[in-house]
Design a protein around this ligand. Structure first.
Ligand SMILES: *Cc1c(COP(=O)(O)O)cnc(C)c1O
Length: 379
């Protein structure tokens, strides 16, 4: 349809375009005033930071467990990421946020990891007390609810990703969300070098230089179609959660990970006392110990840890007010939790009968572990 029309530019049809219609629908679903579709979740984070005026000299708090793009986004606008530990919920630890705040801290980026929501009440309270911005990285949590509100629309700004691995996808894509008119206008300018020739409503925001992070109508059309799949997916996951979580409840040495909005849970992980038991259980089909994949663990973020930039004079670390260090010893708490936590798939892709078999597999694996006596506390 898009191709037949030959109008692949998202602004060719104004409000009738697929991208614009997708943005309207997504804004209504999330309960946020503005949605701006961009070409990746990474660029959604960068556009959100640029929109909020984050830049050189600023410190941005990010969790030590997330996709590396969360930590790279501050660097792209000239700021530096400061790593914060996670807690057993696998999301940023509010107590460690308080410890990492300095006079130079500008923003907190809570990441709703793998469809698990952050402790938003605690985080918003800290942000208010210290006058910090909150930019939610909801790239892995599109559509999720926290105490009845949708994530991405709770902080000052939010970022979604629509890449291949996310809840809805166009292969690549992302979105910036905000209730703030000014942030929205600035994000729109940042993402479109052609902003000055568009017929947007007049704005008092002075034009500044940006980058092209626009999506084409091909992406907009795919996302428009994908949006209808989001609620059924989350409903399925939510319906399966209690039955699978139950398998791990009342056990001596493991339990479902704590959750900040249990009545809305759509993803399960299991916290063990003993990393070795977690390692063994993680080999079960449909499970995986988090530290063993490495993908989201800060120790693998070479581009961040090395503090290298594409050009030395564009290196944000030279503009920081103090030396920022990235020491493994400072984030043992994160590594400890990841070494004791296994993710357990709720099988969105499985039909119900396959899920029954899968539950049997999980139960057998955990029964086997529970039956082994470990008198030395797992030593
Ligand atoms: C996927 C992801 C991103 C980046 O999204 P892309 O669309 O791949 O650029 C950022 N943060 C988190 C937590 C993610 O999972």
């Amino acid at each position: 349809m898009v191709i037949a029309r030959g109008e692949l530019l998202r602004y060719a049809r104004g409000k009738d375009g697929y991208t614009a219609r997708f943005e309207d629908r997504l804004a209504r679903l999330i309960g946020v005033k503005h949605v701006l579709t961009v070409n990746s979740g990474s660029n959604a984070l960068i556009a959100a930071m640029a929109a909020a005026g984050i830049g050189p000299g600023d410190e941005v708090l990010v969790p030590a467990y997330t996709w590396v793009a969360t930590a790279l986004a501050p660097l792209a606008v000239g700021a530096v990421p400061v790593l914060v530990n996670i807690d057993a919920s696998l999301t940023i630890d509010p107590q460690d946020i308080e410890r990492q705040i300095t006079p130079f801290t500008k923003a907190i980026v809570p990441v709703h990891m793998q469809n698990v929501v952050c402790d938003m009440d605690a985080i918003m309270a800290i942000a208010r007390r210290h006058q910090l911005l909150v930019i939610e990285d909801a790239c892995q949590a599109v559509g999720l609810q926290y105490k009845g509100r949708r994530v991405g629309g709770i902080g000052d700004l939010g970022a979604f990703s629509f890449n291949h691995h996310k809840n809805i996808t166009a292969g690549e894509g992302g979105a910036v969300l905000t209730n703030d008119d000014r942030y929205f206008e600035r994000a729109r300018m940042f993402h479109d070098p052609g902003a000055f020739i568009r017929d947007h409503a007049p704005t008092s925001e002075p034009l500044f230089s940006g980058l092209n992070c626009r999506v084409s109508e091909l992406t907009g059309a795919v996302l428009h179609a994908q949006l209808g799949r989001l609620e059924p997916l989350l409903k399925t996951l939510h319906a399966r959660y209690p039955g699978v979580a139950d398998i791990f409840s009342g056990r001596p040495r493991c339990r479902p990970s704590p959750h900040h909005s249990p009545e809305d849970a759509v993803a399960l992980s299991v916290l063990f006392d003993d990393p070795e038991e977690a390692r063994i259980f993680g080999q079960t089909r449909g499970a995986g110990r988090l530290i063993d994949t490495g993908r989201h663990v800060f120790t693998n973020w070479e581009a961040v840890l090395s503090k290298r930039s594409f050009h030395e004079r564009m290196n944000p670390h030279q503009w920081a007010h103090r030396e920022i260090t990235y020491n493994v010893e400072d984030h043992q708490a994160t590594l400890d939790i990841l070494s004791r936590t296994c993710r357990v798939s709720l099988g969105a892709q499985y039909p119900a009968p396959v899920m029954l078999l899968q539950k049997r597999t999980l139960r057998a694996a955990i029964d086997r572990l529970s039956a082994q006596s470990r008198p030395n506390g797992g030593g």
